[in-house]
Design a protein around this ligand. Structure first.
Ligand SMILES: Cc1ncc(COP(=O)(O)O)c(C=O)c1O
Length: 388
């Protein structure tokens, strides 16, 4: 059921990832293979296509809201895949994950308050915080034994000294690929609880987790000051341009407050395509999804083996989850302009610069590997050739 290439490729030039003007703006050329934006190019699961086609054939779009069925579907999916019990009554629907974050920042913090992020992290977090007039407080992740870890000492002092009213957690973490372990999250929760700080956890990448790793939601902790954004089919089912955001809090007071604000802006309706697509994904898409994760795990494993054997000067951080892989090219000893020229002009690779994510070292880049393996192989073989 899982297919690597779509039947029709013509649409792809409309995708932001392939957009010629966009590529020229970022990379100075459109003669590159795009690995920058975090969406997949595989055809979606056929049960989703089928419900969408049924809707189109129906030719009628009367008002139709069915968020409760979506909440049930998300709850059942999380129970089955992660052993996570979510009460379907505790969800609030919003148009997207980013709009959920923007809304929560405005609802639960004041202008000038600090919102803590763990950098390097998905670049839109900072934009949402700062455009709301709040202060982004950067709790930089450390690297220990080749993987990223949280700096709990700094976190504790930042909560104490920086007027931080919200921790914006990214789990699994984009771009470094960590799937935070229960003991790491427990420490974070204990510090947040001590300072009575609200945790908002963006779990949009929750389901893309590779063998040997287990996803733990912040919603599974016994701390009632948490809000989880969970259940968006954007990343796991490739519904980026039609996805919704789902906010969850077991704390009824928080949930009711969010629900009232969302309703006051009439943002709670969703649309019928997104609603039906999401239900089809979670109720009928599991076989496709398992194949998708298996395929991207093979991509990940190929990249790790190739880079470690063929390009050992490049440090690669093994993603535990997400379809993003994080490279440190500092071992090539190139200045940033020379590195960019190698990657873009010679290897024709459009990777995401690490600086976007708040990484000050210009040697870091992110690659999205939710792409056909053969294409990835050709791209990295070209990189090896250029560097030989
Ligand atoms: C961590 C994270 N949150 C949110 C988003 C975007 O979510 P949405 O498009 O539903 O607003 C992304 C997209 O890459 C992401 O990586």
């Amino acid at each position: 059921m899982f297919k690597v290439t779509p039947d029709h490729r013509e649409a792809s030039n409309k995708f932001i990832k392939h957009d010629s003007n966009m590529l020229k703006q970022i990379y100075g050329t459109d003669d590159v293979t795009p690995y920058w934006i975090a969406d997949m190019e595989f055809p979606i699961a056929s049960p989703i296509t089928q419900v969408m086609q049924e809707l189109v054939s129906r030719e009628t779009y009367s008002y139709e809201f069915d968020s409760q069925t979506v909440f049930n579907a998300i709850s059942n999916w999380n129970q089955k895949r992660h052993g996570l019990t979510l009460d379907p009554k505790q969800f609030v629907q919003v148009p997207g994950v980013l709009s959920a974050i923007a809304l929560l920042i405005r609802e639960f913090t004041e202008k000038g308050d600090g919102v803590l992020i763990q950098t390097p992290v998905y670049h839109q977090f900072r934009r949402l915080i700062e455009s709301a007039g709040r202060k982004a407080v950067s709790n930089t992740l450390n690297i220990a034994d080749g993987r990223y870890v949280m700096d709990f000492d700094a976190l504790e002092s930042q909560l104490r000294d920086n007027n931080v009213k919200m921790i914006l957690l990214c789990n699994p973490h984009n771009p470094v690929g960590r799937v935070w372990k229960p003991d790491e999250l427990q420490k974070l929760v204990a510090i947040a609880e001590k300072h009575q700080t609200l945790i908002v956890s963006d779990e949009v990448h929750a389901d893309v987790v590779f063998e040997g790793n287990t996803f733990t939601s912040i919603a599974s902790f016994d701390y009632d000051n948490t809000i989880t954004i969970i259940g968006s089919p954007a990343k796991n089912f490739g519904l980026n341009s039609i996805s919704n955001g789902y906010i969850y809090s077991a704390n009824t007071e928080l949930k009711d407050q969010i629900k009232a604000t969302v309703a006051s802006m009439s943002l709670d309706h969703g649309n019928v395509f997104t609603t039906r697509a999401t239900i089809a994904a979670y109720e009928q898409g599991e076989a496709w999804f398992n194949d998708f994760v298996q395929y991207t795990q093979r991509n990940r494993d190929w990249i790790l083996a190739f880079m470690r054997e063929q390009l050992p000067q490049v440090t690669v951080f093994e993603p535990e989850g997400t379809n993003q892989i994080w490279f440190n090219f500092s071992g090539l000893n190139l200045d940033s302009a020379a590195l960019k020229s190698v990657l873009v002009d010679r290897a024709k690779l459009a990777l995401t610069p690490g600086t976007w994510f708040g990484e000050p070292d210009e040697n870091f880049y992110r690659m999205n590997f939710a792409a056909p393996l053969e294409q990835i192989q050709n791209s990295l073989l070209q990189l090896k050739k250029v560097l030989s």
